[in-house]
Design a protein around this ligand. Sequence first.
Ligand SMILES: [Zn+2]
Length: 840
Amino acid sequence: MKRKSTLFALIGLLFLFACKEKVEYGVSQQLANLRKQNVSNIEYSIYLDIPESETAAIPGRVELTFELAERINLPIDFRNADSCLLNISVNYRQLRTRIENGHIVIPKGYLYKGQNKISIDFLAGKTSLNRKGDYLFSLLVPDRASTVFPCFDQPNLKASFNLTLQTPQNWIAVGNAPLINKMETDTTTLWIFDKTYPISTYLFAFAAGRFQAIDCVSDSLKMTIYHRETDAQKVARNIKKVFELHQSAIKWLEDYTRINYPFQKLDVVLIPDFPYSGMEHPGAIFYRDSRILLDENPSVTQQLSQANLIAHEVSHQWFGNLVTMKWFNDVWLKEVFAGLMADKIVNPQYPKLNHQLSFVLSHYPRAYSVDRTGGANPIRQNLDNLLLAGTLYGDIIYHKAPIALQQLELMMGSEKFREGLNIYLKKFAYDNAGWSELIDIFDKLSSDDIKSWSKRWIDTPGMPAINVNLTNDKLIFTQTDSWLPMQFDIMLPIKTEYQTLTVKLTGKTCEIPLPNNVSTQKNIIVNSNGLGYGLYVAENHNLTLIQPDELTSNDLARASFFINLHELFLNHFIDSDTYFRYLANALTREKDSQIRNYLLNNLETAWWQFLDRTNRIILSQTLEETLSGLFKNQKIPADERKPAFLTYCRTIISPEATEFMQKIWAKEAQVKGITISENDYIDLSLQLAVRDIHDADSILQVQEERIQNADRLAKFRFVKRAATPDEALRDDFFHSLLDAQNRRPEPWVAEGLRLFFHPLRASHSIHYLNAALDLLPEIQQTNDIFFPKIWLDAVLYGHNSTEASRIVARWIKEHPQVSPNLKGKLLQSADPLFRAAGSK
Ligand SMILES: [Zn+2]
């Protein structure tokens, strides 16, 4: 089989390139392999002339040098209109050619075996340069470098980049490498950056525009932080911490990996409404500014997530940037290690926090949110063409993979695990390697069979159900077919104490003999450290609904219980009314802030996604009393009370509560100890508007007048059209999104959509479900890699009716041609809707 398929692939290649057939759009694995075999020692010199005018073209020039092993017809990627290719010379000979299917094919007659030089004058594609008024930033992951300039756009053709930018005179520019020269005229500035170390095209980056620059210096690190925030106090409040977090992350990683920070410098660019939380460009990490510049009195969760995000992006400098995957099917690898390292880094900085608790709470619910659905995907997925790389990203990569790797580390022991990583990073530094290379290293170091472990955890989708059966003298665990090797703890009640026991499941079933003094008065707590992965169903003892006051005082065990309870609820072991009341009761008793926030989330999910209008009216008082009881409770620290207040603002429906919220917004009332930031006031105004109160439009008007910051104002003007009670205006908002130009910036669109499809407006927005789904394939082509899922989540979260469920099911049936990846995303996002409708 293997030989045969190789032969076919070879014939395919010969056919493709010998017959001058058009090269497939995007970068296929075939094309990538052909170039990897032949092209090496690549260096780009890129010049871009960025004009003052937002709409003017961006002319550029790239000089590309490389070595060629064999003379072949060589495709260079440039996904742009043919008119954007202005001039091309190959080894000093003019070449007349066209862009076809996103490639410029250089005939082999122009190329030499050995050293070659190609110069191309072009107009840069603007979509991935994200120009907004007086600034722009590149974002080229995973295969968008070739939309800006001609290049070999695949991760395993690393290159050095020499970047020169011409910008308007009063702009600032930052790139991957240090600035080596700057020249000014009356109207322009020329920025010449040093040659980068070898990096992949998706990591090449720059930002330019009107930014404030703050230099931070310590003995070990010099860093410039670029930002556009106008609230000087907010910047001042955060900047020192942000610098320290980067510094401590670097120090930790240097120690853990035994490799010094691998690039020339590290700067940070804080960008309003950056599409992701962060992007790890070597030497110039870009962040969404709101994730880094926190409001006053941030909650512990916000501080932790700020620290974790920074540690994540810094970890990528080693995991992803120094050693890069060969192909994007292994994108999960850089993500999982960045996540894993981030957790290891952040923990010691918050010694008072229970980190295993935050690991469990941040990863398990989100991993399950995909793995329980019909759209579940394995951690490692196939990828035939880089065009589809965006579809690989999601909660499985970011949340199941860390769980899997934690299990692997448990199995191998942390020293061997670290040793394996050290070998891997040293061996493949400034080069490419994937999961198979790492597994080989791990397998040699470990006595366990890492390869079959990997087949189950990494190559197979889905979460197992784990049946727990209690007999007189033993506990029997039986996993479903998608079983996973794993270990977790159980807590056995012995007299008045609990005794902890570690269970290792190495196969489908496992029996644990019980000591004969186990008390029958108390419950056995299964998966008490939360590390087990799956839905635990107890057959003959009541795991399902242990009352909150009977729950253990062990935070981790309690969190693990609540997570499992949520899965039991989604699998119809508990009805939504009972579950909602249970959560409300548990919330009033919960002492731990992280668990409380988790419960608040579940309460909000149950409220909007599982209760219908009638049930919400019946339970409205319970909801409001529970939440106001929390945020008014002076015994709880103010920063811990704010999430309850924000949940209250998003969920209340009674006229009294709405009036109270309006008073807060009008600054006529306040809650002692809770600070309302400008962003909160903006949210409040939008929440009031979707509740269709009679003066909603004037509230939006006043809110608009209150906003001073230009970036926030632009966003508000965009989003408020989706919140207004005027249905015709809302419809205009939705129709505007049919034009790809209007689907940016994406965080604005997502926020607008969530208002348009708000549960309180489901009866109107249901008529738009089909139109929103019809746009999906186009969104995948034109928008950013995470956006199809964000779009789907925003469109579907407000619906839980049988009718909506039918519309989505019918759409799936009538669109069999939708790519499996995209269909998977739809099944993931529609899962709560299907479950809610299924329970009626
Ligand atoms: Zn990452």
